[in-house]
Design a protein around this ligand. Sequence first.
Ligand code: HEM
Length: 400
Amino acid sequence: MKLKSFSPWEDGFFDNPYPHFARLRESEPVHWSDAFDGWVITSYDLVKEVAISNLFSSDKLNLLFNRLSSAQQEAMSPMLENMRYWAIMLDGDAHKRIRTVLNKTFTASFSEGMRQRIEEICDGLIAEMQKKDSFDLVEDFAYPLPAILIASILGVPEDKVEWFKGVSGDISKVFNLASNPDPECAKKCLVAVMEITNFLKGILSKPEDLIEGTLAKSLVDSGLSENEIISTLTLMLVAGHETTTQLIVNGIYTLLNHPKEKESLINDFSLIESAVEEVLRYESPVQNIARVATSDYVLGGVEIKQGQKLVPFVNAANRDPKVFKNPDEFKIDRSPNKHLAFGFGKHLCTGAYLARMEGAISIKKLLQAFPNLRFAQEGQEVKWQRNVAFRQMESLMLKG
Ligand code: HEM
């Protein structure tokens, strides 16, 4: 029997998307959804096939903007300008040019250089939380941590960090526009992009002041143009802020809901890296990676037409029973665990090393500082956001 067209806006999808994905995967792993105006992909193998193939384009600028009116698009042109060189939106040689530089500069050792800074930021935030009876994990910890860290990476001075946190949050909302073209949100994104663009132009106008070892300095030395550098540094913010926030929040939330796993972790922190991998699989912060077919293609026996949109859900792939034994079980020592939370193929996340480090350091420090960490109220309801791009909650009230 043909399934009814899938819409994330119905039937409690955001509270628990996984039974919806299981139904789709079992009968139509390549499923046409009117709500997405595209093909929703839910099986591991097919999500991977789309991520690898050169026949699917990442050029999603049109997808993001064609739902806005032409007057709105005109008004948003500074944003389009900034997004023109976002690696995540580029194909072929244009992507390779930026990606090669990112691979050379944003290395594991570059990220390792941030370890001490991450620890300092965590300690500072935790010290403030310890003064409170209860706290919001999102607002008091998981939102500021990656923002302050990226501020350090970009060379934002201390006195501008508060400004930067706000701007970073507003820019991150850009991916919501594809599913919810809210003019207010679009306006906030635009203002934030213009502010960050001006700020980065200021930094780049004095190349002699750029500090050796910072990302901006490495990108300048790599020979990229000013527009490419501004684009790339802005993408770091968009791609690296709220995703990491959600890794930490989803991680703590899931551990609190699995007390045995939480205890095992507290008793043996050598499991922290593997626990972070399991959080990435079990509650993947990024839900899907959109693509556009550049030619006709048969995917899983279904004919995709040139120009059609595909929405491969990595969080559905990460619960595929063909790849993960008992996929709905949360097991901090799961092995193997080849999840797709960071994507796959050419666009595999360049920030994965840093994100894993941030996740591991912060979850460990939180559990060490608050061994009795619990929900602020028993039976507390969690409100997952109605956001198809990210698996995220706006707040998580806890007691230490
Ligand atoms: C838990 C945190 C994170 C998750 C779940 C995540 C997830 C992803 C995913 C799924 C992609 C692939 C998108 C696609 O194929 O279209 C991606 C790409 C990317 N991510 Fe992340 N990310 C995270 C953290 C970060 C951080 C911390 C940074 C940098 C500061 C970063 C920078 C990037 C960049 C630059 C790309 C584009 C790579 C390319 O297109 O070649 N990410 N990320």
